[in-house]
Design a protein around this ligand. Structure first.
Ligand code: AMP
Length: 418
């Protein structure tokens, strides 16, 4: 029997209901902040990721689902979506004017990663990007949107870690300092780190292997190599965050697994997530649009793991509220037609009705209704039709009442059923 491919899963039931609820809150929050949705393809030319996320990053180097298609094109299933959004924005000339542009996306991403709880090969991200503004105020404004969203989702116990990773100009001196540091303790690092030291020493700081993390103790930090403007930018961002009462911690060791960040980089952790505690990450990427062939346009954004948000929601609130519609059960042949007519009418009035069409004994229908967690069962027999009424059973309370057919909709609205 065929099964889902390793690292992928079917999403349904309570988990899907959390996904849908989170997506709805996201859309409302984005709209309040003037962010427009964009949907880009899952498949992109591989160059889009090589030139943005970076060839030396684990994401491109080890985790990308890439292949040659039937037309001989080298394509990849997107491992993240900032690069795709930038590619789209350049292609559709969003940057022809210098106006700021705010975009968001929700969709699946693909990384060939080692499986753990909360780490999948197909996972979902929600992301928001602002283009065209290089000020720390833009960073703070985009972070305000993020924290409003997290608050709307009822998430507390979060830690925002921020750092400045400077500009490409301040990196050579920092890289040299890192290499000098690694020279002294090379044997303590893993084979992958040896490659990273050569290709991009920044990547070593991301290594998840505990012995490498231990060997990193006392490593040089980027903060000591920042240029004047980056330092000012960072100080101003911290000043605004403090004024906005968004709590943060300065973490000079924070670098992100993607090459395109400049100046601000950040992560939000949740203590409710355990080992996979990073809920989201993001930062500023002032060189990315140019790197992908567009004009010089700065950008700032973040991406949240939707799968991890859903795990958090489940852990904090239990099952997502999953109101089951009413089961309308006709008893007898003439009642069957009448029930269909009524169901049509009541659905137009906004009730959520499923109709019993199996023609089985009432007892069996009620068993099904209980098993499937219906809130209400409505029973319509010949005598009820004659009297113009219907029997309404509240399956959660175990109570029963008779309602007039012509006032059922308003009666139900006033009762516990919503
Ligand atoms: P990144 O694009 O690596 O900055 O990741 C941003 C967020 O996406 C992370 O903080 C996670 O919440 C989520 N994420 C990244 N990779 C995975 C994965 N393999 N499975 C589930 N969520 C992920």
């Amino acid at each position: 029997m065929a099964q889902t491919v390793k690292g992928t899963r079917d999403i349904f039931g309570p988990e899907l209901r959390w996904f849908q609820w989170i997506e709805e809150i996201t859309r409302q929050t984005m709209a309040r902040h003037g962010y427009e949705e964009i949907r880009t393809p899952v498949l992109e030319e591989i160059e889009v990721f090589k030139r943005s996320v970076g060839e030396s990053s684990d994401i491109v180097n080890k985790e990308m689902y890439d292949f040659i298609d039937k037309g001989g094109r080298h394509v990849a299933m997107r491992p993240e979506n900032t690069a795709g959004v930038v590619r789209a924005a350049i292609q559709h000339k969003f940057f022809e004017t210098n106006d700021p542009k705010r975009l968001y996306y929700i969709g699946p991403m693909f990384r060939y990663e080692r499986m753990q709880t909360g780490r999948y090969r197909q996972f979902w991200q929600i992301g928001a990007e602002i283009f065209g503004v290089a000020t720390p105020e833009a960073d703070a404004e985009n972070l305000t949107l993020l924290f409003e969203l997290l608050q709307e989702l009822g998430l507390v116990k979060l830690t925002l870690s921020i750092n400045s990773v400077g500009t490409p100009e301040c990196r050579p001196a920092f890289y040299q300092a890192l290499r000098d540091f690694f020279d002294k303790s090379e044997s303590e690092f893993c084979a992958d780190c040896h490659r990273r030291i050569q290709e991009n020493p920044l990547r070593v700081l991301d290594c998840k292997i505990p012995t490498c993390q231990a060997a990193l103790e006392g490593h040089p930090v980027i903060t000591d190599f920042l240029d004047e403007v980056s330092l000012k930018h960072h100080a101003r961002l911290k000043e605004i965050l403090t004024a906005l009462e968004i709590p943060f911690e300065d973490n000079p060791r924070l670098v992100r697994g993607l090459d395109y960040y400049t100046r601000t980089a950040f992560e939000v952790m949740s203590s409710d997530l355990g080992a996979q505690s990073a809920l989201l990450g993001g930062g500023r990427y002032d060189g990315l649009v140019k790197q992908l062939g567009g004009p010089e346009v700065p950008g700032f954004g973040w991406a949240i793991g939707l799968d991890r948000l859903a795990i958090l929601m489940q852990a904090i609130h239990g099952d997502a509220p999953g109101k089951k519609p009413i089961l309308l059960i006709p008893v007898g042949e003439s009642a069957a037609i009448k029930a269909m007519i009524l169901a049509k009418e009541w659905r137009w009035a906004g009730l959520e009705i499923q109709l019993e069409t199996r023609n089985v004994p009432l007892k069996k229908s009620l068993q099904t209704a209980n098993r499937q967690d219906f809130q209400l069962a409505m029973i319509l027999g010949d005598s009820e039709i004659e009297q113009g009424v219907i029997t309404v059973k509240d399956l959660t309370q175990g109570t029963q009442e008779t309602m007039k057919l012509d006032s059922v909709v308003s009666d139900l609205r006033q009762s516990a059923y919503r």
